[in-house]
Write a protein of this length. Sequence first.
Length: 313
Amino acid sequence: MQTRAMRTAARERLTAARHQLMMTQAVAALHRRAAEADHQQISRTDDRIARIRAEQPLLPAGYISESIETADKKRTAREASLRREAALAAAYEVVAAAQRLALGAARREVHPVPEHGTVLAPANPVAHAVNYTATYATSHDGPRTEHPTTLSAERVEFALSMWQKVPNARILVDASSTYTVAMPGSYIELRPVDEPAPTEGDVLHAALRAYGLTSYATWECGTTWRFVPLDITATGTEVYDGPHLIFQSYEHANHPIEAHDEPWRIDLNDADGVYVDTLYVSKTAGGIAQESADCAKFAASWIRDNAHTHLPS
């Protein structure tokens, strides 16, 4: 049985988890908006360049070339900013996904589910999982229909709060955190979705994708890492056949996000998987999302400038 001090500590952890998630979501939203602003500015710059080219016969040649060069420089800078903001947004969204799972665990600690059987739901039903799937029918034994999309914890809590206002509706929760709403002519089952927690490698993978790079997870003898082929056009088994970059954090890349305490390191390996050189060691001061975005930026730039010297003609 939980003591008063234990319940108080659990509520404090729940509040902290909720605050942490809200902060991460807010930062991700800021970077998404910044990326959208960069994208809009790039579109306006493209329109300006097209307009200048269309007016080329009407203006001196020097003016045209100078104006296009200036616009191109602005576009290049905006593209770099767009990639950076998109990588940060993607990385923070993976961190937020892990924090949502942590919030679900904190909720279960404050509002524990029954160990056995089925009980009447509390006055304010709490969604113990991050996402739910839903099934509904006209009766308990009638044909069931799957709801087409998953429901967030917030939507489940909202639906349950609405059913609480309906006379004769029974809301039940069982040991698996499945909620059931039953009344004549209606039967709804809300089942929690078991989701694997994102890892530190998932954060890096999201940031790399924003730069147009795909990473692949692999392991050997207890060591885990992500790798990116230098030939970014490779597909299928081809991705394993050429020189590649190895990404790891002290010989691992699959630890929980909150356990990421060593910097990302990028090594260059040849086609046989033999170590060639260490290219980059990141800084961890800004947190895993910023660290992963910086790492992805370096990898994309290095591959663009150097991959051709390590690939067959």
